[in-house]
Write a protein that binds this ligand. Structure first.
Ligand SMILES: Cc1cc2nc3c(=O)[nH]c(=O)nc-3n(C[C@H](O)[C@H](O)[C@H](O)COP(=O)(O)O)c2cc1C
Ligand code: SF4
Length: 437
């Protein structure tokens, strides 16, 4: 079980029930549980969608798309059943927030799925949990059973005359099934590789039916929005970035952990005040602001508000909220290599730029880090990465290319320091290894 950290600047919305025993359904009810879904049952579907739209809630899975807008794309009439899927695959290195939600507040996810289902007219919801999160799947299965036993889920929910089923599904340990269309393939019992789009899931999704797919943190925010109101939620963050965010601080940081901070919280303050700074008197070298797929920021680029738009303006992405801190004793080439090993391993192999590109990058970085690199390798790595961008079926290819481009551009000197057969001048335990420790 993960231990909880805290800081006075935290604003607890999605984490407010953490450590409160809310896995017990009666305790969850004492803590305002299942009130939001009852309120939503008395609302028109469009009113629910508008409330979520106006709250400024944007997807916490990575892309930051407006949740209300996504829900509004689902056609009102459909010959096929509609579905709501909760994406709990959480496999981005540096990101470990959804696990806390499943561990401490599983009913909030169920309630979020139910409200999403009422908004789009779905009768079934699926909660897909990362294969490695076995212990969390047990918590979630119990929560679903308890919700059925109380009559909150199933036939005639809350005496409303409406039926709504919730199912759990466990992954088999592939990062790629976090990608929404691959997740649907996996749920249908097939190999977890992505689908070609269009059509998009909102129109043709699971078993061909219109489907909403949202991250677990996104859905866990929804009951709070319905109860607290969209104005309250929107004002917690910055314009167009409503609410708070679970930020996962890891790597070379004094107080690693998951902190819930308002959207737009300053990154420098997050590192030095919330995270307690860099241990052992070392200096900051780089930060990966939103999980391993996001381009790194250098130490002089961290005076940035942590919301989707501001981080994009700074040349990176807020992504899935994984803030990985790298100190001045770490080797960026090794860090890039560690990142690429992951993407090479996780590439599903369907498209050539991703399958071959990650393999070549991993091989080149390995040789380079060991002192066998040539000067032209530096430009080749950048050229190769740039040619992967936008040329793959799913964004995993981009996710591998983008950080590499930033590492080479921003830390070219470190790559050059490895030339002429020199051993790595920075050899120490990599920050990514700390993440995986
Ligand atoms: C390779 C890959 C892995 C992904 N993994 C996850 C994941 O583990 N969890 C998640 O919510 N989204 C993941 N996503 C993003 C999803 O495709 C999708 O955008 C997201 O679940 C939508 O939910 P949201 O709008 O609430 O963010 C991944 C995307 C890619 C390309
Ligand atoms: S980009 Fe990579 S992971 Fe995505 S479909 Fe292509 S080969 Fe598979």
């Amino acid at each position: 079980m993960a231990s909880l950290v805290s800081h006075p600047d935290e604003v607890k919305v999605v984490s407010k029930r953490f450590g409160q025993g809310a896995t017990d359904i009666d305790r969850y009810l004492e803590l305002d549980g299942y009130k939001a879904v009852q309120k939503a049952l008395a609302m028109e579907p469009d009113a629910i969608i508008n409330e979520v739209k106006n709250s400024g809630l944007r997807g916490r899975g990575g892309a930051g798309f407006s949740t209300g807008m996504k829900w509004s794309f689902v056609p009102k009439q459909s010959a096929k059943p509609k579905y709501v899927l909760c994406n709990g695959d959480e496999s981005e290195p540096g990101t470990c927030k959804d696990r806390l939600i499943f561990e401490h507040d599983p009913h909030a996810v169920i309630e979020g799925v139910m409200i999403g289902a009422l908004a789009v007219g779905a009768k079934s919801g699926y909660i897909y949990i990362r294969g490695e999160y076995r212990y969390l799947s047990i918590i979630m299965q119990k929560a679903i059973r308890d919700a059925y036993a109380k009559g909150f889920v199933g036939k005639n929910i809350f005496g409303s005359g409406r039926d709504l089923d919730i199912y759990w599904h466990g992954g088999a340990g592939a990062y790629e099934v976090g990608e929404e269309s691959a997740l649907m393939e996996s749920l249908e019992g097939k190999r977890g590789i992505p689908r070609i789009r269009p059509p998009f899931p909102a129109v043709v999704g699971l078993w061909g039916g219109p489907t909403v797919i949202n991250n677990a943190e996104t859905l866990a925010n929804v009951p709070h929005i319905i109860l607290g109101g969209s104005d309250w939620f929107a004002k917690l963050g910055t314009p167009k970035n409503g609410g708070t965010r679970l930020f996962c601080l890891s790597g070379n940081i004094a107080k690693p952990g998951v902190y819930e901070l308002p959207m737009g919280y300053n990154l420098k303050k997050m590192i030095y005040e919330v995270g307690g700074g860099i241990p052992h008197g070392r200096k900051l070298k780089a930060v990966v602001p939103g999980g391993s797929s996001c381009p790194c920021l250098t130490a002089d680029e961290i005076d940035v508000a942590m919301d989707f738009d501001s981080v994009a303006k700074a040349g990176s992405m807020l992504g899935s909220g994984g803030v990985v801190i790298v100190d001045d004793q770490q080797c960026i080439v090794k860090f890039a290599l560690r990142t690429m090993k992951f993407y090479k391993h996780e590439s599903c192999g369907w498209c050539i730029p991703c399958r071959e590109g990650t393999d070549w990058l991993e091989k080149t970085l390995t040789r380079f880090h060991r002192g066998g690199g040539m000067k032209k390798d530096i430009d080749n790595m950048q050229y190769l990465s740039e040619n992967m961008l936008g040329r793959t079926f799913c964004p995993l290819g981009d996710a591998a290319a983008m950080p590499t481009i930033a590492f080479v551009k921003k830390f070219r000197k470190e790559f050059e320091d490895h030339l002429d057969g020199k051993a790595c001048p920075y050899e120490k335990a990599g920050a990514m290894e700390l993440v995986h420790a």
